[in-house]
Design a protein around this ligand. Sequence first.
Ligand SMILES: C=C1C[C@]23C[C@@]1(O)CC[C@H]2[C@]1(C)CCC[C@@](C)(C(=O)O)[C@H]1[C@@H]3C(=O)O
Ligand SMILES: O=C(O)CCC(=O)C(=O)O
Ligand SMILES: [Fe+2]
Length: 381
Amino acid sequence: MITKIPPMPQAPKNDACKSEHKSLVFDASVLRHESDIPTQFIWPDHEKPLANTRALDVPLVDLGGFLSGDPLAAAEASRFVGEACEKHGFFLVVNHGVDSGLVSDAHRFMDLFFELPLCEKQKAQRKVGEHCGYASSFTGRFSSKLPWKETLSFRYSAEESSCNIVDEYFRNTMGEGFSPLGTVYQDYCNAMSTLSLGIMELLGMSLGVGRAHYKEFFEENNSIMRLNYYPPCQKPDLTLGTGPHCDPTSLTILHQDTVGGLEVFVDNEWRSISPNLNAFVVNIGDTFMALSNGRYKSCLHRAVVNNKTPRKSLAFFLCPKKDKVVSPPSELVDTGNPRIYPDFTWPTLLEFTQKHYRADMNTLQAFSNWLLQQKTSEVVS
Ligand SMILES: C=C1C[C@]23C[C@@]1(O)CC[C@H]2[C@]1(C)CCC[C@@](C)(C(=O)O)[C@H]1[C@@H]3C(=O)O
Ligand SMILES: O=C(O)CCC(=O)C(=O)O
Ligand SMILES: [Fe+2]
C-alpha cells in the first residue's frame, strides 16, 4: 500500500473542479503530455514491453452455426475451443450474435465518460478494498508498477430481480443525465452474459461433462463489467497499461478498439493480438481453471500503451453467483487426475485480490495456499 507518494503533475486549475488531494492524482489530461514519468509507473526491466512484438495469427471461432442450432457446427466449434483452452486459454469469436451498433455505442460512451474532467469522473470514485467504481491508475492502492490506465468497473447480475442493476448504477452514482450510458451498458452486459452462457455450453461439450453443466452453473451469474481507458504515454517503453496477469474471474470477453495493445504469453513469448472490430477475445480465468480441475489454462496477458492515441477496451468478467461452490465436476477427477485446488466461493477469491494479494500470474496458486493455510490454522486453534 502507498504511504507517501512524491508529487505528481497537478490537474489544471478549474474552479468548478477542486481536488482535495492534488499531489496523489493520476490526471490523464496532464500526464499524457509528460515525458518525465513518475517512478511509480516505471516497470522493472524484465517486465517492460518489448519493441517489435510479433503479432499472433489467431484463427477465429465462427459461432454462427452453433448459435443457429447446427449440431455439427457445435461439435466443430467445441473441439476448436477445447484445443485453444488446453494450450494457452484464449481464442477469438466471430458471428457471435452481438449487435455491432451496441458495441460501437459502448465504445462511444466510454469517450463521453473518460473525457470528463477528473472531478466529474471522481463522482464514481472506487474506494480502497472495493472492486467497483472509477479508478485513475491505482495510486491510492499500490506503491509501484502502477498501470497507465483509468478504469470504470460495475456489477452485473443475470438474476431477474436485478435486471436494471447497471442502469441504476449510472443514474445513482453519476446522475440522471447519465441514464443513456446506463441503458447501453445494461444492454451490453445482457448480451455478454448470453454470449458467455453459449461459450459455457461449448466448454462443457469439449470437456465431456455435457452441454448444460457449466451453463447452469453460470445462469444466474453475478459478473463484473470494466471499461478500460489507456491514455497516451510519452514513454510507452517504460510503462504498462495493465501488467502481466491471469484474470481471477471465470471467463473474460474482451472487445478492443482499433488501436491495439493486448498481448498474450504463448510458447514463452509475448505476442500481440491485432484488433478486429468483428471479434471478441475470450479468455479462461482462474476460477474456470479450478472448475476444469486445471485442464483449461487461465491465460497470461497484459496491455501495452502508446504515445499517440488513447486506447479503449471493454471487459466482461463472468463470475458465479456468490453462493456457488467452485468445484470441478466428478467426471474430471480420478486417481490419475486428483483435485488440484480446494473448493471455494467467488467472493472469497475476489476479497483475496482486493485485500490481500495483487492479482498477477500466480493468483490462483497463492489463493489455494492461503485457503489451505487458513483451514490448517482453524484446526490447530
Ligand atoms: C476481480 C478483478 C480484479 C481485477 C479486476 C477484476 O475484475 C478482474 C481482473 C483483475 C486485474 C485486471 C488483473 C490485473 C491487475 C489488476 C489490479 C488491474 O490491473 O486492474 C486487477 C483488477 C483489480 O482491480 O484488482
Ligand atoms: O485492455 C486490454 O486489452 C486487457 C485488459 C485486461 O486484461 C483486464 O482488464 O483484465
Ligand atoms: Fe485481464
